[in-house]
Write a protein that binds this ligand. Sequence first.
Ligand code: F6P
Length: 363
Amino acid sequence: MKTLKRIAILTGGGDCPGLNAVIRSIAKPAMAYFGATVIGIEDGFEGLVEGRHRDLSYRDVSGILHLGGTILGTSNKGDPFHFPVVTPSGIEVQDCSSRAIDHYNDLNLDALFAIGGDGTMHIVDKFSDMGLNFIGVPKTIDNDLASTDVTFGYDSALSVATEAIDRLQTTASAHHRVMVVEVMGRYAGWIALGAGLAGGADVILIPEIPFHWNKVFEFVQERSRRGGRFSIVCVAEGAKPADGDIVVKEKDVRRTDPVRLGGIGELVGKKITEATGLETRVTVLGHLQRGGSPTPYDRILATKYGSMALQLATEGKFGYMVSLRGTDVIGVPVKQAIMKLRTVPPDSQLVLAARAVGTSFGD
Ligand code: F6P
């Protein structure tokens, strides 16, 4: 077992509930058992490129288990290999990985723990190939990382989205309206499927099952004809019609993923009203799904992830990511995790169960 004397932690990409729980569960044992110096890199990889960091004390990492966000800050514009640099002719994306490596070397680290999603794991993989001692910890509300059953943050987002649907059910029923709720998830439908199922949505639209407009219109109209005088339509931001494309809110070259999704909910609401004459309202949950306290499940998962990440470092398993398999947390090569996005299998039990209780996927 390798003794760890100097370690660093960073949180990259979009935040999600549970990041602080991981920071705590890496830092506390590292300080208590190894007397290690724990350095917090500020604002993800942006801070590693720019050399922004601070030493963390035991006090800094105490009392943060239940806090959302991240005490270290994060950024989804800090990919060192595609780093946005302000030049006289505007913003240019440059390879600044050597600056990040210099700062990593200056810190004289035994290990650097990068807590992040898909984008972060790609960077971890590149630096690991270059011989740096990185360990990955998978987070994201989208739950779209391969090689792990669940990412922490997903359960918290699911509970926010489910509560929102519960609330929409009562007002929808009172006014006999169609309520469309747009949830996050990027190119995966896990949040829409999970919250739609838990909240009893009548229609669930996800990227993995392209939908047909007519099927959606007929379904809500039929419900209304049969006396179900309201409908809940849960739409993933990445859902797309079979004859169309995803709806993009904006593109920003500085982001690790330049595409920002959003807008499909409004489109679905507008089209339903036009086609059926039913009164429709649209709710976009947006960042409410990422804010606030982690659920107990996410606190526990994040704590297990953090402590396994530390163990992997003591075993010298760099280039590895922690992963949940069944009920066990193990280490897997990060390369495996980035080979493809984990999307919803259209024939998964979750989809079949939803169909069995009468949910339409618009297909
Ligand atoms: O990846 C997490 C996520 O919340 C996605 O679900 C969403 O598409 C994206 O981040 C939003 O990014 P931003 O916070 O930059 O708007």
